[in-house]
Write a protein that binds this ligand. Structure first.
Ligand code: PBG
Ligand code: ZN
Length: 327
């Protein structure tokens, strides 16, 4: 290949329209999934302190918000539930009249096109804050599967299009697939948090959900940040158990893992731009130290460039607006 002075790479960067034409990667509101938090009550719209711009919303309020999200061109939301009560097995998670289940029905009725995804885990609902049931200090694997399947079934039955298990117990995708199929819900998909690391980046979220474990940490079930080849095994097993979409989480410090998984498996890949990644930027921007919009769009673009087809992000609404302003 010819080189300088014949070749000048700056020619392809001369104007914004040339750059737009040359761009290898593009962000689109259709890539975004907006995580939302539904709580009990009526008329509740309470901002989450560590995640400015995100709220605890009661069912009536979340319906309005879901309509706004869809109008911005974002096709999907991910629902988290704030329960009425917590207990040892997370039974608030599978009540037919729980906040998530009620929200699913209400949003489906108001915005039928919006894709509804639910987070399936025990930690929102357990008094000990772990993602599985416990015995003493131990987080039990196999006994947790039945409870996770109950939560997933209750979401699917209330209208979820996809359930997204985030617990990292071995075998949960298979257990959930089997339960859904045995109930005739073969059309409901599974987005597996297959490659989920034991990260310090979930701090703001755990505050929002009051789901910090009361003892120990999540390192006996979430992945060690030191490992990337292990991500391939997690993804491979979840696909074999019936996952439809594979997620890597967090995103920013794991772009290499997104790339690795995306190059290996011909399935849709989702990246979770987690709470800590969002809050860091919000905090620095509030101090006037960085430009939130520019930094957020650059981060989201990097996730796409790494190979993510979908991005779960608290910026979904803002980013959809920003992308519209740009063109
Ligand atoms: C629940 C769950 C967590 C997140 C998504 N689902 C927290 C955790 O595993 O501790 C994190 C989301 C975020 O930080 O934005 N298992
Ligand atoms: Zn959990």
């Amino acid at each position: 290949m010819a080189h300088y002075p014949i070749t000048r790479l700056r020619r392809n960067r001369r104007s914004s329209e040339i750059r737009r034409m040359i761009a290898e990667t593009r962000l689109d509101p259709a890539d975004f999934i907006y995580p939302m938090f539904v709580c009990p009550g009526q008329g509740v719209r309470k901002e989450i302190a560590a995640m400015p711009g995100n709220y605890h919303l009661s069912v009536d309020e979340i319906v309005k918000e879901a309509e706004a999200v869809y109008r911005l061109g974002v096709p999907a939301i991910l629902l988290f539930g704030i329960p009425e009560y917590k207990d040892a097995v997370g039974s608030a998670g599978w009540q037919a009249d729980g906040p998530v289940q009620e929200a699913l029905r209400a949003i489906k009725a108001a915005v039928p096109e919006l894709v509804l995804i639910t987070d399936v885990c025990l930690c929102d609902y357990t008094d000990h804050g772990h993602c599985g049931v416990v015995s003493g200090q131990e987080i039990l694997n196999d006994p947790s599967l039945e409870y996770l399947a109950r939560i997933a079934y209750s979401h699917a039955e209330a209208g979820a299009d996809y359930v997204a298990p985030s617990d990292m117990m071995d075998g949960r995708v298979g257990a959930i697939r089997q339960r859904l199929d045995s109930e005739g819900l073969t059309h409901v998909g599974i987005i597996s948090y297959a490659v989920k690391y034991a990260s310090a980046m979930y701090g703001p979220f755990r505050e929002a959900l009051d789901s910090t474990p009361v003892f120990g940490d999540r390192r006996s079930y979430q992945m060690d940040p030191a490992n990337s080849r292990e991500a391939l095994r997690e993804a491979q097993l979840d696909l074999a158990e019936g996952a439809d979409i594979i997620m890597v989480k967090p995103a920013l410090a794991y772009l290499d893992v997104i790339k690795l998984v995306a190059d290996e498996f011909p399935v849709p890949i989702a990246a979770y731009n987690v709470s800590g990644e969002y809050s860091m930027v919000k905090a620095a921007a509030a101090k006037g130290w960085i430009d939130e919009k520019a930094v957020a769009l650059e981060m989201l673009l990097s996730m796409k460039r790494a190979g993510a087809d979908l991005i779960l992000t608290y910026w979904a609404k803002d980013a959809a607006k920003w992308l519209k302003e740009e063109h």
